[in-house]
Design a protein. Structure first.
Length: 296
C-alpha cells in the first residue's frame, strides 16, 4: 500500500466508498454517466512481487478467492451499498471478472508469490505446485502461436485454471452467481480468447438461466488485426465483445492520422457483416491496456 501513491504498482487508496461518495455528490450524474465498470471485486493475493517495484495486485487481476471481496476496496456490505447507491441514481454497475487464471506461479518454486493458490470463501482448494486434482493446466507459458496454445497454456506466468475440471467449473459459476446476487447489472469478462469456448458458452447458459445480465468479453485486437475466431466467439458464445476494431480505427483517424474516414466507414461495414449482432458489441476509445486517447 502506498498512501501517497508514490509507487504506482501498489494500492493507493481508491475504494468502493470513494465511488459511493462520487455517486452521492452528483459528480457522475452531472457528467451524464449511466453505467460504471469497476475493477474485479474479488479477493486478490496479498504477497508482494520480488521485483524492483515490489509490485502488488493493485490492478485486481491476480485473484485468490472469487467468493470474497478485495479488502483494499471494501467489505461485501460496502459493495452492496455501492450497487444500491448507483441504482438510486439510475447508474448501472458492471464488474470486471477474470476467471482465466489466479496469480503468478512457478512449477518448481512453490514459494513464488502465493503460487496461484485458490480459495473457496476462505478454504484452500489447491495451489499450482503439487496439483494432484488438476485444478490448473501445466503446459508451460503460451507462445501465442495458435488459438489452442493461448487457451491451454499459461498467460505469462499466471496459473491457468482448468475449466474442464468439475470442481473449478462449479466454483467459478457459483462465484459469478454470488456477485449477480449482489445486484450487478453487467460483467466484463477478461481474457476470453484464452479460455475454452465451450466452457464460456456453458457459463453464459448458466447466467442466462439464473438471472441474465449483459456480459461482454475482452478479446484484444491490435491495429488492423482481423480475427475470424473473434467473430465466431461473439456470434456463438452468448457473450458480446469489446469492439477493438472500432476503438483502434478511431484512434488511427482522430489521433494518429494513419487512416481516414473512408477507412473508418469500411471498418463499420466489415464489422456489420462479421457480427450477427453488431450493435451488441461494446464500442470504446480507450481502456487500461492502452495508452490514453489524449496524450501529451
Amino acid at each position: 500500500f502506498s498512501s501517497k501513491c508514490t509507487n504506482l504498482r501498489k494500492y493507493c487508496g481508491g475504494d468502493w466508498q470513494g465511488i459511493i461518495n462520487k455517486i452521492n455528490d452528483g459528480y457522475l450524474t452531472d457528467m451524464g454517466v449511466t453505467a460504471i465498470w469497476i475493477s474485479q471485486p474479488v479477493e486478490n493475493v496479498f504477497s508482494v512481487m520480488n521485483d524492483a517495484s515490489g509490485s502488488t495486485s493493485y490492478h485486481g487481476y491476480w485473484a485468490r478467492d472469487f467468493k470474497k471481496p478485495n479488502p483494499f476496496f471494501g467489505t461485501l456490505s460496502d459493495f452492496q451499498r455501492l450497487v444500491d447507491a448507483a441504482h438510486a441514481k439510475g447508474i448501472k454497475v458492471i464488474i470486471d471478472f477474470a476467471p482465466n487464471h489466479t496469480s503468478p506461479a512457478s512449477e518448481t518454486n512453490p514459494s513464488y508469490m502465493e503460487n496461484g493458490r485458490l480459495y473457496d470463501n476462505g478454504t484452500l482448494l489447491g495451489g499450482y505446485t503439487n496439483d494432484a486434482n488438476m485444478y490448473f493446466h501445466h503446459n508451460g507459458g503460451t507462445t501465442f502461436s495458435s488459438l489452442e496454445d493461448g487457451i491451454y497454456r499459461n498467460l505469462f506466468d499466471l496459473a491457468d485454471l482448468n475449466h474442464q475440471n468439475p470442481v473449478i467449473d462449479r466454483y467459478l459459476k457459483d462465484a459469478v452467481k454470488m456477485w449477480i446476487d449482489m445486484g450487478i447489472d453487467g460483467i466484463r469478462m477478461d481474457a476470453v480468447k484464452h479460455m475454452p469456448f465451450g466452457w464460456q458458452k456453458s457459463l453464459m447458459d448458466e447466467i442466462d438461466n439464473y438471472r441474465p445480465v449483459f456480459t461482454f468479453g475482452e478479446w484484444f485486437l491490435s491495429e488492423n488485426e482481423v480475427d475470424a475466431n473473434n467473430h465466431y466467439f461473439a456470434n456463438e458464445s452468448g457473450m458480446s465483445l469489446l469492439d477493438f476494431r472500432f476503438g483502434q480505427k478511431l484512434r488511427q483517424v482522430l489521433r494518429n492520422n494513419s487512416d481516414n474516414w473512408h477507412g473508418f466507414n469500411q471498418m463499420i461495414q466489415d464489422t456489420a457483416s462479421a457480427y450477427d449482432e453488431v450493435l451488441d458489441q461494446v464500442t470504446f476509445i480507450a481502456n487500461h491496456d492502452m495508452d490514453r486517447f489524449m496524450i501529451d
